[in-house]
Design a protein. Structure first.
Length: 91
């Protein structure tokens, strides 16, 4: 991850537990993800960042989310078989 962000299954589970304590429906992964996005929007709206294009930041965050998704999906794939040079007589 970029910027020193360290994600793990444990971190996500801990955050989900906190959100689920607030709203038991957040045990559902789709509801939990809605909370994550809503908290981001809420935090952005609550603070004044002079000169910041908040809509552009939202687009950047969405792109970053896609990059994280793609990386985690790649990391979950099993390693491909190694290959080498075949020589006559090798089995």
């Amino acid at each position: 991850m970029s910027g020193g962000i360290h994600l793990s299954s444990e971190l996500v589970a801990d955050i989900k537990a906190v959100v689920s304590k607030h709203d038991p429906q957040a045990e559902n992964d789709l509801v939990f993800m809605q909370y994550l996005v809503a908290v981001t929007g809420y935090a952005l709206a609550e603070h004044d960042y002079p000169g910041m294009d908040k809509k552009a930041l939202i687009a950047d965050l969405s792109h970053f989310m896609g990059q994280v998704h793609d990386q985690v999906e790649r990391d979950k794939r099993p390693a491909e078989d190694a290959f080498g040079i075949w020589r006559p007589g090798d089995n």
